[in-house]
Design a protein around this ligand. Structure first.
Ligand code: PEP
Ligand code: MN
Length: 334
């Protein structure tokens, strides 16, 4: 719409779209309102039906498979607020903690340690999507309670994974950020359920998915009305077997161009080994990531899940110090 279009003029476009059987989403963040007209037969509708309406500036077909996640729909960067910090702003946000919540002592201890080193958000899995059904599956509801207790004690908000659409309400009740894992990036029932709420969501990249498929999955969340979506690159499956997954560093600038959503990087699941985590964390910050999701465990040797890739609190503290000048060199704080 042209700058200064009246609410009635906006409503006229919305009503026309609805009368043609489309759904509508508004981007009202700036002086210019953008109305997304969404539906499966948009291709059959002539743009002229909207162009004739008062105060319509232009009608653009978004040719990419993803729409709401695209820069065409929203040119300005999205920022996601969580516990007093903003993901996607100038500050690079570090989310740190163990792969899985194991015990009360473990969680309370690591929460204090990552906070002391400069993490703004903690992580810990209560529901674990494990490759084998015989592996530790997480503490479920008890895990959420321990995360809530750690938050109360140390003051950091927390992110935790939800794997089942039926658990979304339970997890969203307590968690500050929902995480949708790599294995569930295309679990459309889970995406639809998580998208109905307002809790920020970290959408991890499916390890065998293209960036286009990933952004189209993000549209499932956005289409339900949840605008607080954060993308997380965590490595993809390639022929290379010296790392657990190949971190796609180029995904960061590609996403920054294609999408308005914040982009964070998980170096831990890509590396698979703690010794590789510092180097790829630094590369991610240099390449423009808005944040990092790092596994840190008070005693990695005893960890029930992902010990090999977890940093000790000492190594995490060292990494945080080393990241500062790199963040500054790209005009950001950490
Ligand atoms: C995790 O963050 O603990 C996790 C399981 O990650 P991913 O979904 O990327 O494998
Ligand atoms: Mn893990």
């Amino acid at each position: 719409m042209v700058t200064g279009a009246s609410p009635d003029e906006v409503k006229a476009v919305v009503d026309r779209a609805k009368s043609l059987g489309f759904t509508v989403q508004l981007n009202e963040g700036t002086d210019k309102k953008v109305i997304a007209v969404l539906g499966s037969n948009t291709g059959q509708t002539q743009t002229g039906v909207f162009e004739v309406l008062p105060s319509v500036e232009s009608v653009t077909r978004i040719m990419k498979p993803y729409k709401l996640a695209s820069r065409e729909f929203k040119t300005k960067d999205t920022t996601v607020a969580c516990g007093g910090v903003k993901i996607g702003g100038n500050q690079i946000i570090v989310i740190a903690g163990p792969c899985a919540v194991e015990t009360r002592e473990q969680m309370l201890q690591i929460a204090g340690q990552v906070k002391a080193s400069g993490a703004s958000i903690m992580r810990g899995g209560a529901f674990k999507p494990r490759t084998s059904p015989f592996s530790f599956q997480g503490l479920a509801k008890t895990g959420l309670e321990l995360l809530a207790e750690a938050r109360e004690q140390c003051g950091l908000p927390f992110a935790t994974e939800v794997v089942d659409p039926h658990d979304v309400a339970l997890v969203a009740e307590t968690a500050d950020i929902l995480q949708i894992g790599s294995r569930n990036m295309q679990n459309y029932a889970l995406l639809t359920s998580a998208g109905k709420g307002n809790r920020p969501i970290i959408l991890k990249r499916g390890f065998a998915c293209t960036i286009t498929e990933w952004l189209t999955a993000a549209d499932y969340l956005l289409a339900e009305g949840n605008k607080n979506v954060i993308l997380c690159e965590r490595g993809i499956r390639t022929f290379e077997d010296s790392v657990r997954f190949s971190l796609d560093i180029a995904a960061i600038p590609v996403l920054k161009k294609a999408s308005h959503l914040p982009v964070i990087v998980d170096p831990s699941h890509a590396a698979g080994h703690y010794s590789l985590v510092p180097a790829i964390s630094k590369a991610a910050v240099a390449a423009g990531a808005d944040g990092l999701l790092i596994e840190v465990h008070p005693n990695p040797k005893e960890a029930l899940v992902d010990g090999a890739q977890s940093l000790t609190p000492v190594a995490f503290e060292k990494l945080m110090k080393e990241l500062r000048p790199i963040a500054e060199s790209v005009g950001r704080t950490i």
